[in-house]
Design a protein around this ligand. Sequence first.
Ligand code: PMP
Length: 393
Amino acid sequence: MLDQLEAQAPDALLALIKMHAEDPREDKIDLGVGVYRTNDGATPVFRSIKAAEQRLVDTQDSKSYLGPEGDTGFVDALKPYIFGKDASMGGRLEGMQTPGGTGAVRLAVALAKAAGVKRVHLGVPSWPNHAQILQDVGVVTCTFHHAKADGTADIDALIETIEAAEPTDAVLLHGCCHNPTGVDYTDEQWEQIAEAFAAKGILPILDVAYHGLGRGLEEDVAGVRKVLAKVPEALVAYSCDKNFGLYRDRVGAFYMIAKQPSDLPAITSNANALARANWSMPPDHGGAAVRTVLRDGDLTKQWLDELDEMRARMRRVRARLAAADNEAPGLNLAALGEQNGLFAMLPLTKDQIASLREDHAIYMAGSGRINVAGLHAGNTDKFIAALADVIEG
Ligand code: PMP
Protein backbone atom coordinates (compact mmCIF):
# COMPACT_ATOMS: atom_id res chain seq x y z
CA MET A 1 0.00 0.00 0.00
CA LEU A 2 2.51 2.60 1.12
CA ASP A 3 4.74 1.81 -1.83
CA GLN A 4 2.02 3.37 -3.99
CA LEU A 5 2.96 6.84 -2.72
CA GLU A 6 4.75 9.16 -5.09
CA ALA A 7 7.52 11.30 -3.62
CA GLN A 8 6.50 14.92 -3.03
CA ALA A 9 8.76 17.80 -4.05
CA PRO A 10 11.00 18.75 -1.12
CA ASP A 11 10.33 22.09 0.55
CA ALA A 12 12.47 24.53 -1.41
CA LEU A 13 13.05 26.86 1.56
CA LEU A 14 14.28 24.01 3.76
CA ALA A 15 16.76 23.06 1.03
CA LEU A 16 17.90 26.69 0.96
CA ILE A 17 18.42 26.73 4.75
CA LYS A 18 20.65 23.66 4.40
CA MET A 19 22.70 25.21 1.57
CA HIS A 20 23.14 28.41 3.60
CA ALA A 21 24.22 26.45 6.69
CA GLU A 22 26.84 24.58 4.65
CA ASP A 23 28.26 27.72 2.99
CA PRO A 24 31.63 28.50 4.66
CA ARG A 25 31.76 32.15 3.46
CA GLU A 26 31.69 34.42 6.50
CA ASP A 27 29.81 37.29 4.86
CA LYS A 28 26.92 35.07 3.68
CA ILE A 29 23.42 36.56 3.93
CA ASP A 30 20.25 34.54 4.58
CA LEU A 31 17.15 36.21 3.14
CA GLY A 32 15.26 32.92 2.81
CA VAL A 33 13.44 31.66 5.86
CA GLY A 34 10.56 33.85 7.12
CA VAL A 35 11.51 34.73 10.66
CA TYR A 36 12.36 38.09 12.20
CA ARG A 37 16.05 38.74 12.81
CA THR A 38 17.82 41.34 14.92
CA ASN A 39 20.77 43.43 13.75
CA ASP A 40 22.95 40.47 14.79
CA GLY A 41 20.97 37.97 12.74
CA ALA A 42 19.37 36.35 15.81
CA THR A 43 15.72 35.36 16.33
CA PRO A 44 15.60 35.67 20.12
CA VAL A 45 12.83 34.78 22.55
CA PHE A 46 11.00 38.01 23.50
CA ARG A 47 11.98 39.28 26.98
CA SER A 48 8.26 39.64 27.81
CA ILE A 49 7.65 36.01 26.81
CA LYS A 50 10.64 34.77 28.85
CA ALA A 51 9.24 36.53 31.91
CA ALA A 52 5.77 35.10 31.28
CA GLU A 53 7.22 31.61 30.82
CA GLN A 54 9.03 31.94 34.14
CA ARG A 55 5.76 32.86 35.82
CA LEU A 56 4.08 29.86 34.25
CA VAL A 57 6.80 27.55 35.56
CA ASP A 58 6.34 29.01 39.03
CA THR A 59 2.54 29.05 39.14
CA GLN A 60 1.02 26.55 36.70
CA ASP A 61 -0.43 23.77 38.82
CA SER A 62 -1.84 21.43 36.18
CA LYS A 63 -1.35 20.38 32.61
CA SER A 64 -4.61 18.50 32.50
CA TYR A 65 -6.61 18.69 29.24
CA LEU A 66 -8.45 21.81 28.17
CA GLY A 67 -11.13 21.55 25.44
CA PRO A 68 -10.77 21.90 21.66
CA GLU A 69 -11.19 25.67 22.13
CA GLY A 70 -7.92 25.80 24.09
CA ASP A 71 -7.09 28.66 26.47
CA THR A 72 -10.10 30.97 26.31
CA GLY A 73 -8.28 33.60 28.42
CA PHE A 74 -5.68 33.81 25.64
CA VAL A 75 -8.37 34.02 22.95
CA ASP A 76 -10.19 36.81 24.82
CA ALA A 77 -7.04 38.76 25.70
CA LEU A 78 -6.19 39.17 22.01
CA LYS A 79 -9.65 40.41 21.02
CA PRO A 80 -9.25 44.15 21.75
CA TYR A 81 -5.98 44.24 19.78
CA ILE A 82 -7.64 42.68 16.74
CA PHE A 83 -11.22 43.92 16.92
CA GLY A 84 -10.89 47.20 18.81
CA LYS A 85 -12.57 48.57 21.91
CA ASP A 86 -15.98 47.00 21.27
CA ALA A 87 -14.42 43.57 20.94
CA SER A 88 -17.68 41.70 21.49
CA MET A 89 -19.11 42.92 18.16
CA GLY A 90 -22.56 42.92 19.67
CA GLY A 91 -22.28 39.30 20.80
CA ARG A 92 -21.58 38.10 17.24
CA LEU A 93 -17.92 37.17 17.86
CA GLU A 94 -16.49 33.94 19.26
CA GLY A 95 -12.96 32.57 19.10
CA MET A 96 -10.82 29.55 19.86
CA GLN A 97 -7.14 28.76 20.12
CA THR A 98 -5.44 26.93 17.24
CA PRO A 99 -2.03 25.37 16.52
CA GLY A 100 -0.52 28.47 14.91
CA GLY A 101 -2.00 30.63 12.20
CA THR A 102 -1.79 27.55 9.99
CA GLY A 103 -4.30 25.73 12.19
CA ALA A 104 -6.55 28.80 12.12
CA VAL A 105 -6.44 29.04 8.31
CA ARG A 106 -7.19 25.33 8.04
CA LEU A 107 -10.11 25.60 10.44
CA ALA A 108 -11.47 28.65 8.59
CA VAL A 109 -11.42 26.85 5.26
CA ALA A 110 -12.83 23.60 6.69
CA LEU A 111 -15.64 25.47 8.49
CA ALA A 112 -16.43 27.47 5.34
CA LYS A 113 -16.62 24.20 3.41
CA ALA A 114 -18.88 22.64 6.03
CA ALA A 115 -21.14 25.69 5.67
CA GLY A 116 -21.41 25.17 1.91
CA VAL A 117 -18.49 27.13 0.43
CA LYS A 118 -17.29 25.43 -2.74
CA ARG A 119 -14.61 27.78 -4.10
CA VAL A 120 -12.10 30.09 -2.41
CA HIS A 121 -10.59 33.04 -4.28
CA LEU A 122 -6.95 33.70 -3.49
CA GLY A 123 -4.73 36.59 -4.62
CA VAL A 124 -1.48 35.27 -6.07
CA PRO A 125 1.29 34.99 -5.34
CA SER A 126 0.40 34.00 -1.79
CA TRP A 127 1.88 32.06 1.11
CA PRO A 128 2.30 28.65 -0.61
CA ASN A 129 0.51 26.83 2.21
CA HIS A 130 -2.74 28.68 1.42
CA ALA A 131 -3.16 26.74 -1.84
CA GLN A 132 -2.04 23.50 -0.17
CA ILE A 133 -4.59 23.88 2.62
CA LEU A 134 -7.40 24.71 0.18
CA GLN A 135 -6.56 21.64 -1.86
CA ASP A 136 -6.22 19.39 1.16
CA VAL A 137 -9.50 20.54 2.70
CA GLY A 138 -11.17 19.98 -0.67
CA VAL A 139 -12.39 23.32 -1.97
CA VAL A 140 -11.67 24.71 -5.43
CA THR A 141 -8.96 27.38 -5.53
CA CYS A 142 -9.60 30.35 -7.87
CA THR A 143 -6.86 32.93 -8.26
CA PHE A 144 -6.60 36.62 -9.06
CA HIS A 145 -3.57 38.93 -9.26
CA HIS A 146 -2.60 40.41 -5.94
CA ALA A 147 0.02 42.98 -6.94
CA LYS A 148 0.84 45.15 -9.95
CA ALA A 149 4.28 45.56 -11.49
CA ASP A 150 4.62 49.01 -9.88
CA GLY A 151 4.59 47.38 -6.42
CA THR A 152 1.06 48.39 -5.41
CA ALA A 153 -2.04 46.21 -4.92
CA ASP A 154 -4.19 45.26 -7.89
CA ILE A 155 -7.41 46.44 -6.32
CA ASP A 156 -9.37 46.15 -9.59
CA ALA A 157 -8.59 42.43 -9.81
CA LEU A 158 -9.96 41.87 -6.30
CA ILE A 159 -13.09 44.00 -6.75
CA GLU A 160 -13.88 42.26 -10.06
CA THR A 161 -13.41 38.90 -8.32
CA ILE A 162 -15.82 39.81 -5.53
CA GLU A 163 -18.38 41.26 -7.94
CA ALA A 164 -18.32 38.15 -10.15
CA ALA A 165 -18.38 35.66 -7.25
CA GLU A 166 -21.02 32.96 -6.76
CA PRO A 167 -22.96 32.90 -3.46
CA THR A 168 -21.03 29.75 -2.45
CA ASP A 169 -17.63 31.44 -2.92
CA ALA A 170 -15.35 32.83 -0.24
CA VAL A 171 -12.36 35.19 -0.62
CA LEU A 172 -9.18 34.72 1.41
CA LEU A 173 -7.26 37.96 2.06
CA HIS A 174 -4.09 38.78 4.02
CA GLY A 175 -4.95 41.31 6.74
CA CYS A 176 -1.52 43.00 6.61
CA CYS A 177 2.12 42.46 5.67
CA HIS A 178 1.28 40.35 2.63
CA ASN A 179 3.42 37.24 2.23
CA PRO A 180 5.33 37.14 -0.13
CA THR A 181 4.91 40.58 -1.75
CA GLY A 182 4.74 43.00 1.21
CA VAL A 183 2.04 44.79 -0.82
CA ASP A 184 -0.95 45.75 1.33
CA TYR A 185 -4.19 47.45 0.37
CA THR A 186 -4.41 51.13 1.31
CA ASP A 187 -7.10 52.37 3.73
CA GLU A 188 -9.14 53.70 0.80
CA GLN A 189 -8.88 50.35 -0.95
CA TRP A 190 -10.02 48.53 2.19
CA GLU A 191 -13.09 50.82 2.19
CA GLN A 192 -13.80 49.69 -1.36
CA ILE A 193 -13.21 46.04 -0.42
CA ALA A 194 -15.59 46.32 2.53
CA GLU A 195 -18.28 47.88 0.30
CA ALA A 196 -17.84 45.16 -2.32
CA PHE A 197 -18.11 42.36 0.26
CA ALA A 198 -21.17 44.00 1.81
CA ALA A 199 -22.89 44.44 -1.56
CA LYS A 200 -22.21 40.85 -2.60
CA GLY A 201 -22.75 39.13 0.75
CA ILE A 202 -20.03 36.50 0.23
CA LEU A 203 -17.80 35.22 3.03
CA PRO A 204 -14.46 36.96 3.73
CA ILE A 205 -11.69 34.87 5.30
CA LEU A 206 -9.07 37.24 6.72
CA ASP A 207 -5.61 35.93 7.56
CA VAL A 208 -3.68 38.10 10.03
CA ALA A 209 -0.23 36.57 10.50
CA TYR A 210 2.04 39.60 11.01
CA HIS A 211 0.01 41.95 13.22
CA GLY A 212 2.20 44.84 14.40
CA LEU A 213 5.06 44.19 11.98
CA GLY A 214 3.85 46.62 9.32
CA ARG A 215 2.79 50.13 10.42
CA GLY A 216 1.56 49.58 13.98
CA LEU A 217 -0.88 47.41 15.93
CA GLU A 218 -3.89 49.62 15.20
CA GLU A 219 -2.87 50.49 11.64
CA ASP A 220 -2.25 46.87 10.65
CA VAL A 221 -5.81 45.77 11.43
CA ALA A 222 -7.59 48.94 10.27
CA GLY A 223 -8.49 47.25 6.97
CA VAL A 224 -9.76 44.10 8.64
CA ARG A 225 -11.91 46.21 10.97
CA LYS A 226 -13.34 48.15 8.00
CA VAL A 227 -14.46 44.88 6.42
CA LEU A 228 -15.86 43.52 9.68
CA ALA A 229 -17.82 46.72 10.26
CA LYS A 230 -19.66 46.25 6.96
CA VAL A 231 -20.18 42.52 6.44
CA PRO A 232 -22.74 40.27 8.13
CA GLU A 233 -20.33 37.39 8.73
CA ALA A 234 -16.61 36.64 8.43
CA LEU A 235 -13.81 34.35 9.60
CA VAL A 236 -10.47 35.59 10.94
CA ALA A 237 -7.29 33.49 11.24
CA TYR A 238 -4.65 34.96 13.55
CA SER A 239 -1.03 34.04 14.30
CA CYS A 240 1.01 35.02 17.37
CA ASP A 241 4.07 33.26 16.02
CA LYS A 242 5.75 36.37 14.56
CA ASN A 243 4.49 39.18 16.78
CA PHE A 244 5.32 37.24 19.98
CA GLY A 245 8.29 35.37 18.46
CA LEU A 246 6.76 32.00 19.36
CA TYR A 247 7.16 30.26 15.98
CA ARG A 248 7.78 26.67 17.04
CA ASP A 249 5.36 26.83 19.96
CA ARG A 250 2.52 27.10 17.39
CA VAL A 251 0.30 29.86 18.74
CA GLY A 252 -2.77 30.99 16.83
CA ALA A 253 -6.42 31.87 17.18
CA PHE A 254 -9.51 31.53 15.01
CA TYR A 255 -12.43 33.97 15.26
CA MET A 256 -15.93 33.57 13.87
CA ILE A 257 -18.22 36.57 13.32
CA ALA A 258 -21.85 35.48 12.93
CA LYS A 259 -24.83 37.26 11.36
CA GLN A 260 -26.52 37.22 14.76
CA PRO A 261 -25.56 36.05 18.26
CA SER A 262 -28.04 33.17 18.10
CA ASP A 263 -26.07 31.65 15.16
CA LEU A 264 -22.87 31.34 17.23
CA PRO A 265 -23.57 28.11 19.16
CA ALA A 266 -24.06 26.10 15.95
CA ILE A 267 -21.04 27.74 14.28
CA THR A 268 -18.70 27.17 17.22
CA SER A 269 -19.91 23.59 17.74
CA ASN A 270 -18.92 22.85 14.13
CA ALA A 271 -15.52 24.51 14.61
CA ASN A 272 -14.99 22.48 17.81
CA ALA A 273 -15.89 19.25 16.02
CA LEU A 274 -13.44 20.05 13.20
CA ALA A 275 -10.70 20.93 15.69
CA ARG A 276 -11.26 17.64 17.54
CA ALA A 277 -10.97 15.65 14.33
CA ASN A 278 -7.83 17.54 13.28
CA TRP A 279 -5.75 18.02 16.44
CA SER A 280 -8.16 17.48 19.34
CA MET A 281 -6.84 20.52 21.18
CA PRO A 282 -4.10 23.10 20.57
CA PRO A 283 -0.71 23.06 22.37
CA ASP A 284 -1.09 25.08 25.55
CA HIS A 285 2.24 26.62 26.44
CA GLY A 286 2.60 29.50 23.96
CA GLY A 287 -0.99 30.64 24.31
CA ALA A 288 -0.65 30.61 28.11
CA ALA A 289 2.50 32.74 27.81
CA VAL A 290 0.71 35.26 25.55
CA ARG A 291 -2.23 35.39 27.99
CA THR A 292 0.21 36.02 30.85
CA VAL A 293 1.82 38.90 28.94
CA LEU A 294 -1.49 40.49 27.96
CA ARG A 295 -2.97 40.28 31.47
CA ASP A 296 -0.03 42.07 33.06
CA GLY A 297 0.45 45.80 32.43
CA ASP A 298 4.25 45.75 32.75
CA LEU A 299 4.69 42.71 30.52
CA THR A 300 2.28 44.15 27.96
CA LYS A 301 4.31 47.37 27.87
CA GLN A 302 7.50 45.37 27.43
CA TRP A 303 5.94 43.36 24.58
CA LEU A 304 4.73 46.54 22.86
CA ASP A 305 8.25 48.02 23.14
CA GLU A 306 9.78 44.87 21.67
CA LEU A 307 7.30 44.93 18.79
CA ASP A 308 8.00 48.65 18.18
CA GLU A 309 11.71 47.90 18.02
CA MET A 310 11.21 45.13 15.44
CA ARG A 311 8.94 47.24 13.28
CA ALA A 312 11.25 50.25 13.42
CA ARG A 313 14.20 48.10 12.39
CA MET A 314 12.37 46.69 9.39
CA ARG A 315 11.26 50.18 8.36
CA ARG A 316 14.90 51.34 8.52
CA VAL A 317 15.99 48.47 6.26
CA ARG A 318 13.15 49.24 3.84
CA ALA A 319 14.07 52.95 3.78
CA ARG A 320 17.70 52.09 3.04
CA LEU A 321 16.67 49.79 0.17
CA ALA A 322 14.26 52.38 -1.22
CA ALA A 323 17.01 55.02 -1.13
CA ALA A 324 19.16 52.70 -3.29
CA ASP A 325 16.60 52.68 -6.10
CA ASN A 326 19.08 54.27 -8.56
CA GLU A 327 21.84 51.83 -7.69
CA ALA A 328 19.85 48.81 -8.91
CA PRO A 329 17.70 50.15 -11.74
CA GLY A 330 14.76 48.05 -12.88
CA LEU A 331 14.13 46.41 -9.51
CA ASN A 332 11.84 49.18 -8.24
CA LEU A 333 13.46 49.18 -4.81
CA ALA A 334 11.65 52.50 -4.19
CA ALA A 335 8.39 50.57 -3.76
CA LEU A 336 9.84 48.56 -0.85
CA GLY A 337 9.74 51.70 1.28
CA GLU A 338 5.95 51.79 0.97
CA GLN A 339 5.42 48.08 1.50
CA ASN A 340 5.06 46.27 4.83
CA GLY A 341 6.28 43.38 6.90
CA LEU A 342 8.99 40.79 6.56
CA PHE A 343 8.80 40.19 2.83
CA ALA A 344 9.33 41.75 -0.57
CA MET A 345 9.55 40.32 -4.07
CA LEU A 346 12.36 41.35 -6.40
CA PRO A 347 11.84 40.82 -10.14
CA LEU A 348 15.06 38.83 -10.58
CA THR A 349 15.60 35.99 -13.06
CA LYS A 350 16.48 32.47 -11.94
CA ASP A 351 20.04 33.08 -13.21
CA GLN A 352 20.36 36.31 -11.23
CA ILE A 353 19.13 34.55 -8.06
CA ALA A 354 21.63 31.73 -8.67
CA SER A 355 24.42 34.26 -9.24
CA LEU A 356 23.56 36.05 -5.99
CA ARG A 357 23.91 32.71 -4.19
CA GLU A 358 27.00 31.40 -5.97
CA ASP A 359 29.00 34.61 -6.48
CA HIS A 360 27.85 36.68 -3.50
CA ALA A 361 26.69 34.13 -0.86
CA ILE A 362 23.24 35.71 -0.75
CA TYR A 363 20.43 33.22 -0.24
CA MET A 364 16.84 34.00 -1.24
CA ALA A 365 13.80 32.00 -2.39
CA GLY A 366 13.67 31.00 -6.06
CA SER A 367 10.58 33.21 -6.46
CA GLY A 368 12.65 36.34 -5.75
CA ARG A 369 11.15 36.75 -2.27
CA ILE A 370 13.48 38.28 0.28
CA ASN A 371 13.09 38.48 4.05
CA VAL A 372 14.00 42.12 4.71
CA ALA A 373 14.79 41.24 8.34
CA GLY A 374 17.80 39.30 7.05
CA LEU A 375 19.36 42.67 6.22
CA HIS A 376 20.94 45.11 8.67
CA ALA A 377 23.38 48.00 8.83
CA GLY A 378 26.30 45.60 8.40
CA ASN A 379 25.19 43.82 5.21
CA THR A 380 22.72 46.01 3.31
CA ASP A 381 25.41 47.83 1.30
CA LYS A 382 26.86 44.49 0.23
CA PHE A 383 23.40 43.31 -0.79
CA ILE A 384 22.73 46.43 -2.88
CA ALA A 385 26.14 46.17 -4.58
CA ALA A 386 25.47 42.49 -5.35
CA LEU A 387 22.07 43.35 -6.85
CA ALA A 388 23.74 45.98 -9.07
CA ASP A 389 26.33 43.41 -10.10
CA VAL A 390 23.88 40.65 -11.11
CA ILE A 391 21.65 43.08 -12.97
CA GLU A 392 24.55 44.28 -15.07
CA GLY A 393 25.25 40.56 -15.65
N1 PMP B 1 -0.63 33.06 7.08
C1 PMP B 1 0.41 33.60 6.43
C2 PMP B 1 0.15 34.60 5.36
C3 PMP B 1 1.71 33.23 6.76
O1 PMP B 1 2.73 33.79 6.11
C4 PMP B 1 1.91 32.28 7.79
C5 PMP B 1 3.28 31.77 8.18
N2 PMP B 1 4.34 32.32 7.95
C6 PMP B 1 0.81 31.76 8.44
C7 PMP B 1 -0.45 32.16 8.06
C8 PMP B 1 0.92 30.72 9.54
O2 PMP B 1 1.69 31.07 10.59
P1 PMP B 1 2.01 30.06 11.79
O3 PMP B 1 3.49 29.90 11.79
O4 PMP B 1 1.48 30.74 12.99
O5 PMP B 1 1.29 28.78 11.52
